[in-house]
Ligand binder design. Structure first.
Ligand code: CA
Length: 421
């Protein structure tokens, strides 16, 4: 673990998401069409492909092959937990205040350290499969109350297993990629027949996702206390949702086209090693889950999360909600154990979404469906316009961070603008 008091020779302000305690991985190019792996440090990106070429990973498991000269993190992720730990250890040494290797090598430094503002951050992972869970009790209760009434809010299975569904990996986009409002089949309650057209109820879902670093053989479940060795890291995730399409299509097999048109993720993958100091207990689970879902130790992480809206007329974003990853009822280790317990094979680069993360209060709800309570409580923006769901031209931004003593381990943000259908 990197000490909370450690510092880098790269200048990092206390408000910055990327101190030496973080060291998240991403994919970038420097407007040269050459994609490679980078690490965020302060307002800069360290080019790990260049660092590897310079021989600075020679005493690690990664010495032979430059896994960082790649258009995705998958090669690095597939090397496994010990390689991840060695890479993190080596990078933290090279960036440490008292280490002269890179600090005093101005030629290599100018080649390998780029201002973040001058590079393009791209999709970090080649995603094989995408699964989205539904693990916030507050969210499930809010949605259930809206559609089935308070007494039947949670379905009978909800407290016994982490509900999820298979999503669509091909339409997971990196932050900054615009989202087109989907068209589809919808049916208003009072209408006699369905109609086809642009979704009118476009929503976001404030989520986080975790990436599988290493998978499992089909037929060989990942035991819950082994799941941590398979999870590489986390990103912010916006699970865009067309509520009108979803409402009409979801019976009996669950979400389909109302979800599959777009999911946005943040560009930096924050590793589980960086998040470890922020591990906290999950909410108490009652009834006690079946033994295969019983995790030894704490399973949640204290990650503060916010979502914002900015219309084309607004000069700065307005906050929609503030919540926390720690509110999730089902933790990621339970999600992964449950996912594979039937023998499902997971692979390097698979993405699992947490489900919308709503907190216990009205100002901590993670979707417009809940914030505006099914359209009954519209919000007014600083430009004077009203929203129940999103309008074309709106940009939605999610950010998140863990608060350490005098430093932050942050995720940057995920943002996307809505284009007309
Ligand atoms: Ca979702």
């Amino acid at each position: 673990m990197i000490d909370g008091a450690a510092t880098s020779w790269v200048e990092v302000s206390s408000e910055c998401d990327f101190p030496i305690q973080n060291l998240p991985y991403g994919i970038f190019d420097a407007n040269d069409k050459r994609l490679r792996v980078g690490v965020a440090i302060g307002d800069s990106v360290l080019d790990l492909a260049a660092i590897h070429d310079a021989g600075l990973f020679s005493n690690t498991m990664l010495a032979d092959e430059n896994v960082f000269a790649s258009s995705s993190l998958n090669g690095f992720m597939s090397k496994g937990r010990e390689a991840w730990t060695q890479a993190r250890q080596r990078i933290s040494e090279l960036l440490s205040s008292d280490n002269p290797t890179l600090r005093d090598n101005s030629a290599l430094r100018s080649q390998a350290l780029k201002p973040m503002s001058q590079v393009n951050l791209l999709m970090p992972v080649a995603i094989g499969d995408f699964t989205d869970f539904y693990s916030s009790k507050e969210h499930a209760t809010n949605v259930g109350t809206m559609f089935r009434g308070k007494d039947n809010a949670l379905m009978p299975n909800w407290l016994h297993l982490p509900v999820g569904y298979h999503g669509r990996a091909s339409t997971v986009f990196a932050s900054g990629v615009d989202i087109r409002r989907p068209k589809g089949q919808t049916k208003a309650d009072e209408a006699a027949a369905p109609s086809f057209g642009a979704s009118r109820l476009l929503d976001f879902e404030l989520e986080m996702g975790f990436f599988l670093g290493t998978g499992n053989q089909p037929g060989e479940p990942i035991e819950i206390n082994q799941t941590k060795d398979h999870i590489f890291g986390m990103v912010l995730l916006n699970d865009w949702s067309a509520r009108d399409i979803q409402k009409w299509e979801y019976v009996p097999l669950g979400p389909f086209l109302g979800k599959s048109f777009a999911t946005s993720i943040s560009p930096w993958v924050v590793t589980m090693d960086a998040l470890e100091p922020f591990r906290v207990a999950s909410p108490k689970q009652d009834p006690t889950p079946l033994p295969y879902l019983g995790l030894d130790g704490a399973g949640a992480f204290d990650i503060q999360l916010q979502a914002f809206i900015q219309s084309e007329k607004m000069t700065e974003p307005m906050r929609l909600t503030a919540t926390n990853y720690k509110y999730l009822y089902w933790n990621m280790f339970q999600q992964l154990a449950h996912h594979t317990v039937n023998g499902t094979g997971m692979r390097t680069g698979d993405l699992c979404g947490s489900g919308t993360i709503s907190g216990p209060t009205e100002d901590s709800r993670g979707s417009m469906l809940e914030i505006c309570w099914k359209g009954t409580k519209p919000i007014t923006l600083p430009d004077g316009s009203e929203r129940k769901f999103f309008a074309d031209g709106d940009t939605v931004i999610i950010n998140g961070w863990c608060e350490g003593e005098g430093y932050r381990v942050g995720f940057g943000d995920v943002r996307a603008k809505i284009l007309p259908a």
